[in-house]
Ligand binder design. Structure first.
Ligand code: AMP
Ligand code: ZN
Length: 113
């Protein structure tokens, strides 16, 4: 997607603080962190949101969840983390490329919304 900021981060056209990359996924620090550690994990294939995950493209989601514990450990998260995906306007999704926020490195609030 030529106008997608996360596709441009994946291609390297926009710089990012990369924390992990393989053939299927890319992970980078959130530019506006909401916790002591906050990174995003995205599929390299453009998927608009969780609402667009289906039989044909869901493999990358399983792969993301396999890699999140590995990446979390590599960035120093030791005592748990929260994984969030915002989907659609009511959830305030601002970038229309499926992404999982991983937040940790400190005690997080009990509130999720
Ligand atoms: P969401 O509101 O769930 O769509 O999350 C989008 C996230 O992308 C926000 O937390 C932003 O801070 C983050 N973000 C936007 N642009 C960049 C960027 N260039 N590099 C890193 N994170 C970004
Ligand atoms: Zn994209």
């Amino acid at each position: 997607m030529s106008d997608c900021i996360f596709c441009k981060i994946i291609s390297g056209d926009i710089p990012s603080a990369k924390v992990y990359e393989d053939d299927k996924i890319f992970a980078f620090k959130d530019i506006n962190p909401q916790a002591a550690v906050h990174f995003l994990v995205v599929p390299k294939t453009h998927i608009g949101s969780a609402d667009e995950v289906d039989e044909a493209n869901s493999d990358c989601v399983a792969h993301i969840f396999k890699k999140i514990p590995v990446i979390a450990k590599s960035v120093g998260i030791k005592n748990g983390y929260r994984v969030i995906t915002n989907c659609g306007p009511d959830a305030c999704q601002s970038v229309k490329h499926l992404h999982f926020h991983v937040l940790g490195g400190e005690q997080l609030s009990e509130k999720m919304a």
